[in-house]
Design a protein around this ligand. Sequence first.
Ligand code: GLV
Length: 390
Amino acid sequence: MSLRVPPPQSLREALKVPDRYMFGPGPSNVPPRILEAGARPVIGHMHPEIFEIMSDIKSGIQYLFQTQNKMTFAVSGTGHSAMECAIFNTVEPGDSVLTAVNGIWGERAAEMAERIGGRVNAIVAPPGGIFTNEDIEKALSKHRPALFFLAHGESSTGVLHPLDGIGQLCHKYNCLFLVDSVASMGGSPLHMDQQEIDILYTGSQKVLNAPPGTAPISFSERACRKISSRKTKPLSFFLDFNWLTNYWGCDDKPTRVYHHTGPVTAFYSLRESLAVLCEEGLEASWERHRTVAEYFHAGLENIGLKLFVKDKQVRLPTVTTIIAPHGYDWKEITSYIMRTHNLEISGGLGPSAGLVLRVGLMGCNSSRTNVDMVLSALTDALQHCHRSKV
Ligand code: GLV
């Protein structure tokens, strides 16, 4: 048979990738040290050396999450795959699930739980808002869920949700506490074991400054008991907890069985990014993100912009939401800044679409120098973008 599809002309050209300031909600810039780690030679996904690297990653995640959980590993995929891994393994058809919706992530968790037959209820706060522990307890007592989902860092609205006492409340009602920390992990204090979180996940591409594509996750003993008492197999083979924990050597079985071909070069980058974080220290990283965010927020107010989250205590230090300036088209501002300053900032997402501009300064990007660069780009955009007379 002859070929009917010729090689595309575009692939004869050299690969072109611009070098940009990645100051949106993620992915963040990847420093050379982490890029170089990912460029090391490929080895087999079942070679003893990769198992060593995976074991280092596991210890790094335990430090990052502040957990002693044995069932700690990284999903081969983005934060969404970890979200599905958490939900698909702990929820069976007919289980009651409660999600806290104050932005897009609670909506996504509800959608995933619904797709696998969960009976989903939500508590809803306006974008930018939070829930009190009383709100949460009322809903737990009413709906008696098997799983409660909350986003620690709501990147769509710029909210850092308080966590204290919620794990304890969930356990009072025999419910697992699932926390999304994709946008907050490493940039804001979180103690998985002490805060009684049962399932916690994050992504590689934000504070960790690794390329997108791996998602650290951890399960408490309580979560493992719920999984081992399942009457049905999880709907996803790829995200099956028992297969994944065996591949990651978490289950103490003498042999690891082939499940999927782990993205080995992505594991190298993730390991390097965890090493960078360990060198700085978690507390130093939290403090740096906090002080840089405060400096940024003060600077925004100085140039006449307003922050979307009014209460300073619950502002996410990693992703800042700015009320879309009155009279301007937010898209013109983001494109002007990309064109003129080679710098990505973004608009809103889900419930905050059209309402805000979002700036992410995460990991190595969280510095006063970068804040000054964003403030001058915004000042320039406000002078040069079209302003309507409304
Ligand atoms: C993705 O995480 C986003 O907040 O845009």
